[in-house]
Structure formats: structure tokens, C-alpha cells
Ligand binder design. Structure first.
Ligand code: HEM
Length: 434
């Protein structure tokens, strides 16, 4: 579908066939990002990875992420942080809430846990340790604001309306200011002064590694570059992954037979211990299908991140002009009955003998995007989602609250649930069962 949103030519790709043509024949032409006011203000003038145009600066930052921050070695040390935070969720937070006898706001608990994991990986500790009690709310605010299209994005001559009347720009600036102050505190005052690094590169937080790279002069990195990269990881790290876990729990609650099958697998692999360890996860095939099916029905970024054409191009017989905003509607593509039998139903078993991959190789299933702009945190996200889900299923049985579950999707860049998922957990132990 081609349309004009104000002055912006816009292409919405909702067919796997057309996406395949882009992936195979025009990938580079579609590798820029569309710029919005929110992205410019919140992301250091787009001095980050996710919202910058394709080019040398973007390549350098992406290389740093791939080779230094999200390398397989780093994934090993992140594992310890993940275990610690998920154990806090199941052993402290959830059990405490049960003692209080109420439903739990599982959406919030999942988000908080993933946000703590991200903070610890990126900053080396929680934001509260820097006196930023409200950083969690700030992270949510930023994700929501990044999805906002202002009037000025499509009618530049009306951008003054945002400044003067709507107050949106002021709100973006306030969020940005709060994050920037936190980063100044972390980068300049704490990490640079105190040299909090250890000799073992992979045991350091991402900030320490970035400061080390800056000092070594190996990469040309300013403080602004470091802040931009950190901002990317905050924006990308928690909300996307937490949406996967909350939707997986929702679908399992709606499909009790599938829930039973998933819990039986997890508990069989884990045995009497009642706690899933990272080493167990690879033996949980069905759990992986549950996550895969969740990503099919509920892709966290239903339109990916908007791209922009760098030149004019002929696509599927049509002329697409330069600087066209491109939204790839993976939400629709992944529910297309031409490719998916009983497309609207949650059937993890469909992935058992399927050769369709979700890592950007197959156009009918692209929740992490594709090509050189594809997601950098796929392993990070999947490891966290699978590990957290395994423990939620292993340690508790779950009951629906009397009001049921509202499955309306939230608007915005990340498709979380509009209303938080409330459930009633009942601690599980094998002794009880016997
Ligand atoms: C389930 C969780 C996640 C999903 C579904 C997801 C999905 C996506 C999607 C759709 C894109 C845009 C791809 C494109 O335009 O083709 C993207 C980009 C990106 N993601 Fe993720 N993501 C997830 C988690 C993460 C995590 C945990 C991180 C980092 C720790 C991360 C880092 C990034 C970065 C840096 C980009 C920008 C890449 C670029 O523009 O070059 N993501 N992600």
C-alpha cells in the first residue's frame, strides 16, 4: 500500500512476496531509517545505532555492539546477571505478592526484571544505586514517546504547533534531559573517575567497555557516541523482550492444554529441583516453540523500525520514490493464511517440523527484521525470554483472575498488552504432586 502521510510518501509492506523482493534485490536501498522528531530528540540527534542512517558511523557503532558488547563471551557473563534477577522474581517478588494474597501484576514484574537485567548489563548496577528511583518509569516513557509521530513529522511547516500548542516536544526534551543527567552521572562522575573496570573485559559493564575503547583510541568515540549506544540498548532491551513473555503467558492461559504440555516439559527437564537453570533450556524444545509462536502472533515491533529508501527504486512493478518511509507490517505477514494454516490460532506445534526461520532469512516470519538493519539483540532477548518463561512455568501454577484477561494490544513502536496482565500464582512443588 502506498500513501502520502502529509508530505511523507509512505509504503506499507504487508505481503511476504514483496518483502522477499526487498530482502533479495533491494536490501541496501531500504537500509536507511525514517527520522521522526521524537527519535531525533531522544536519541542524541540520532547519534545511535537504531535510528541512524546506513553509513560509516552506523557501521562502527554496530561493530562495537556485535564484537564488544553482545559477543558470545559477553553473553556468558550476562547469564549470571539474568539468573540473579529471575531468581529474585520467582523467589522474592512473586512469593511476597502471594503472601499478600492478591493477584499479581505480572506485566509489571516481568518488565521490572528485564529492566534490571538491562541496567546491570549496561551500567553495572541498578539505576536506584545512582539515586534514580524513577528510571523504570522513564524507560517506559521513552519507549512510548519513540513511537509518537508528531504533526511536524509529516507537515514540517506545522512543527511550531508541537512546540507552542501540544507540548510534545517539551515532553520529549524532559525525558531526554533526565536520561542525559543519569548518563553524565554514570559515565563522567562514576566510571571515568573510579575506573571501575576489571582486567577481564567480559566481566565489565557495557559502559566500562565503551569507556575503555574510548581511552584506547581504537574507535573514534565521543561521550555523545557512548550515550547514544547506551540509549539504544535501554530502548531496545527491556520492553521488546518483556512483551514476548507477557504475550506467551497470556496465550498459555487462553490455551490450557498447551499450558499443561509446556509445564510438563519444563518440570520433566528440571526434575526435583523446581528451578530451571540455563543449562536446562536447550532441552526444552516445546518451550522454544511457544516463544516462536508468540513472536509469530505478537511480534514486539509489529511494523519493525520504520525504514527509508535511499534512492528511487522499482518494486513489484511500481516506482517508489527516494525518501519514502517504509513500514514492514510483520504483524499482518505473520498471520497471512497463504503461508500459515489456521493462522490466527496459537499452535506452537506448527514449528516442530517447520523449516521456516525467524532470523531474517524467510520473509513470511521476520519478527527481528532482516538484512544489515536486523536486530542486534536476538540472542540476548531469546535467552532472557526462554529462561524467564521456563521459571514462571516451573515454579508456579497460574489461575485466571475473575475479571479475565483483556488482550487489547497497545499502540506504539512496541506492541505490549494495553492493560497489564494480572494473574493468580500458586507455588508449585513436586512434593505437593506426589
Ligand atoms: C524479543 C525481543 C526483540 C525483538 C522482537 C526485537 C526486534 C527488533 C526489530 C524488528 C528491529 C528492527 C529491524 C529491522 O529494521 O529490520 C530491531 C532493531 C534493533 N534491535 Fe532488537 N528486538 C528485540 C530485542 C533486542 C535487544 C534485547 C537488544 C539489545 C540488547 C536489541 C537491539 C537492537 C538494536 C541495536 C537494533 C537496531 C539495529 C540497526 O538499526 O542497525 N533488540 N529489533
Amino acid at each position: 500500500m502506498f500513501l502520502h502521510l502529509g508530505r511523507t510518501p509512505t509504503l506499507v509492506v504487508s505481503s511476504a512476496k514483496v518483502l522477499n523482493e526487498i530482502m533479495k534485490n533491494h536490501e541496501l536501498t531500504f537500509s536507511n531509517r525514517f527520522q521522526t522528531t521524537a527519535m531525533r530528540i531522544l536519541m542524541y540527534g540520532r547519534n545511535n545505532i537504531g535510528f541512524q542512517n546506513y553509513g560509516e558511523n552506523w557501521k562502527q557503532k554496530r561493530n562495537i555492539c556485535v564484537h564488544e558488547l553482545l559477543s558470545p563471551k559477553m553473553m556468558q557473563s550476562i547469564r549470571l546477571i539474568r539468573e540473579e534477577e529471575v531468581m529474585k522474581l520467582v523467589n522474592n517478588n512473586l512469593r511476597e505478592a502471594i503472601n499478600n494474597g492478591s493477584d499479581v501484576n505480572l506485566s509489571e514484574m516481568i518488565f521490572d526484571t528485564l529492566n534490571s537485567i538491562t541496567c546491570k548489563c549496561v551500567l553495572g548496577c541498578n539505576t536506584q544505586d545512582y539515586g534514580y528511583e524513577n528510571a523504570k518509569g522513564l524507560a517506559r516513557k521513552m519507549i512510548n514517546q519513540l513511537g509518537v509521530l508528531t504533526l511536524g513529522d509529516h507537515f514540517p511547516w506545522l512543527s511550531w504547533v508541537e512546540d507552542v500548542l501540544s507540548g510534545q516536544v517539551q515532553e520529549f526534551k524532559e525525558t531526554f534531559g533526565a536520561f542525559d543527567a543519569l548518563y553524565d552521572e554514570v559515565i563522567v562522575k562514576k566510571h571515568k573517575k573510579k575506573k571501575m573496570r576489571t582486567e577481564n573485559h567480559h566481566e565489565n559493564s557495557f559502559v566500562d567497555i565503551l569507556i575503555q575503547l574510548q581511552e584506547d583510541g581504537h574507535y573514534d568515540l565521543s561521550n555523545g557516541d557512548i550515550k547514544g549506544i547506551i540509549m539504544d540498548l535501554f530502548a531496545a532491551g527491556s520492553a521488546t523482550t518483556s512483551a514476548v513473555v507477557e504475550w506467551a503467558m497470556t496465550e498459555l492461559m487462553k490455551n490450557p492444554i498447551t499450558m499443561k504440555k509446556a509445564q510438563e516439559e519444563v518440570r520433566r527437564v528440571v526434575g526435583q529441583k523446581c528451578i530451571a537453570e540455563e543449562s536446562h533450556i536447550n532441552k526444552m524444545e516445546f518451550l522454544k516453540y511457544v516463544v516462536k509462536e508468540t513472536l509469530r502472533l505478537h511480534p514486539s515491533a509489529p511494523l519493525l523500525l520504520p525504514r527509508e529508501t535511499s534512492t528511487s527504486v522499482k518494486l513489484n512493478g511500481y516506482d517508489i520514490p527516494e525518501k519514502t518511509m517504509v513500514c514492514v507490517n510483520v504483524w499482518a505477514i505473520q498471520r497471512d493464511p497463504e503461508y500459515w494454516e489456521r493462522a490466527e490460532e496459537f499452535i506452537p506445534e506448527r514449528h516442530e517440523h517447520s523449516k521456516v526461520r525467524y532470523n531474517g532469512q524467510d520473509s513470511q516470519f521476520a519478527p527481528f527484521g532482516f538484512g544489515r538493519r536486523g536486530c542486534l539483540g536476538m540472542s540476548f532477548a531469546l535467552d532472557s525470554a526462554e529462561y524467564m518463561l521456563a521459571n514462571l512455568l516451573c515454579c508456579f501454577n497460574w489461575n485466571m483472575p475473575p475479571q479475565g484477561i483483556d488482550i487489547t494490544e497497545a499502540d506504539g513502536l512496541v506492541s505490549a498488552m494495553k492493560f497489564p496482565l494480572h494473574l493468580n500464582p500458586i507455588p508449585f512443588s513436586f512434593k505437593q504432586e506426589q
